[in-house]
Design a protein around this ligand. Structure first.
Ligand SMILES: NC(=O)c1ccc[n+]([C@@H]2O[C@H](COP(=O)([O-])OP(=O)(O)OC[C@H]3O[C@@H](n4cnc5c(N)ncnc54)[C@H](OP(=O)(O)O)[C@@H]3O)[C@@H](O)[C@H]2O)c1
Length: 344
């Protein structure tokens, strides 16, 4: 691999990136590269970004079977490992898709991701959503599955038992949840034999989820933050007129000007310093290099961190409408906003 990477920018020393300690004692790089092309970026471009990102210092990759690119991402990971970066130095996450919650499907799905990613173990395997509802990739916001189902804790635990078996089989080192709420996680933490190591959740300056964030941290579960930049390239189905953009927030813009950096870098610094693990997506070498560098140098001041804490707008971007299971519901029903699991 070439000195300096495809970006032409100096690589970042992976040792300069903070790490998060998980309940097993293992540590995970506190910034990862997202690999969801938002239904618009070609798999080969995401795969090139994985290669380029490893070259400039990324050691954490957030994958999922539903992103439709694990095969080509796996070819890139293989090249990365063959180039001399040891498997143990990289952290790879994958996720179980919603139509594979069935007891017979979990282990087979994980094995498929492992084969596609050309790995013999995953560092982390997540249940992507707590709803066992299939919708086809690329569908629009009004798409509903005729077989849609709500969260039923007993069913989730059947899936979770299979996730636990993946740990016993040494196919995965850690298991975790994604898109959960406090009320659902309380039950999973109560009933799990192998505890979730992380919860992956939407986190950016306009959606800070303070209650869920505190809950997971207090329970020794690491928060991984998706859409850390406010996902400017997200699919049409995930856009509404009320959505706001953290990178355009005047407070973020002013801090960026003061540091002479892009607002994206401010979002990453805030995330890392707050204690979550952001997983920004980019296929642009300049952008992904800058995003990693943001975690390694020039931290925000306590006053800047406080100023960003105050611009939370409770603006959820990934609302999940396609997972609604009956007529007359609103997306808030997916998120237990009253502190209790929405009844079936
Ligand atoms: N668990 C879940 O349910 C879930 C849900 C959503 C996402 N995720 C994960 O989280 C990752 C990140 O979320 P996301 O991709 O939706 O949103 P994001 O990381 O907030 O935003 C990505 C967008 O920001 C642009 N960007 C990146 N760096 C930039 C920079 N330095 N300056 C300006 N623009 C920049 C990218 O464009 P360029 O390519 O042009 O740089 C891309 O369009 C996903 O890829 C996926 O791995 C997980």
């Amino acid at each position: 691999m070439s000195e300096g990477g495809e970006s032409g920018l100096a690589p970042v020393n992976p040792k300069a990136i903070p790490r998060r300690r998980l309940h097993t004692g293992a540590t995970m790089p506190a910034v990862g590269l997202g690999t969801f092309g938002s239904d618009s970026v070609a798999p080969k471009d995401v795969a090139a970004a994985v290669r380029g990102a490893a070259e400039v210092g990324y050691r954490h990759f957030d994958c999922a079977s539903v992103y439709g690119n694990e095969g080509v991402v796996g070819a890139s990971l293989q090249e990365v490992i063959r180039s001399g970066i040891e498997r143990a130095e990289i952290w790879v996450t994958s996720k179980l898709w919603n139509d594979k919650h069935g007891e017979k499907d979990v282990i087979a799905s994980c094995r498929k991701s492992l084969a596609d990613l050309r790995l013999d173990y995953l560092d982390l395997y997540l249940v992507h959503w707590p709803f066992p509802n299939f919708h086809p990739p690329g569908c629009d916001v009004s798409s509903r599955s005729p077989d849609a189902k709500p969260y039923v804790h007993g069913n989730y635990m059947k899936t979770w038992r299979k996730m636990e078996e993946l740990v016993d089989l040494k196919l995965v080192r850690h298991i975790g949840t994604s898109n959960m709420t406090v009320s659902k996680l309380e039950l999973v933490l109560r009933d799990a034999r192998v505890k979730p190591a992380v919860n992956e959740m939407e986190l950016h300056p306009h959606f800070q989820q303070p209650e869920l964030f505190k809950f997971v941290v207090d329970n020794g579960v690491q928060p991984i933050g998706y859409c850390p930049l406010g996902s400017p390239g997200r699919p049409e189905r995930d856009r509404t007129a009320e959505d706001t953009s953290p990178m355009e927030d005047p407070v973020v813009v002013a801090i960026a000007k003061r540091h002479g950096i892009h607002p994206a870098a401010v979002c990453i610094k805030w995330a890392v310093q707050r204690g979550q693990t952001p997983i920004p997506f980019s296929i642009n070498p300049r952008n992904y290099t800058a995003n990693l560098r943001a975690a390694a140098e020039d931290p925000l001041s306590a006053d800047e961190m406080k100023a960003i804490a105050e611009i939370d707008r409770n603006c959820r971007l990934i609302k999940g409408q396609v997972f609604l299971w009956k007529d007359g519901q609103s997306w808030e029903d997916l998120w237990d906003v009253n502190g209790v699991i929405t009844p079936p």
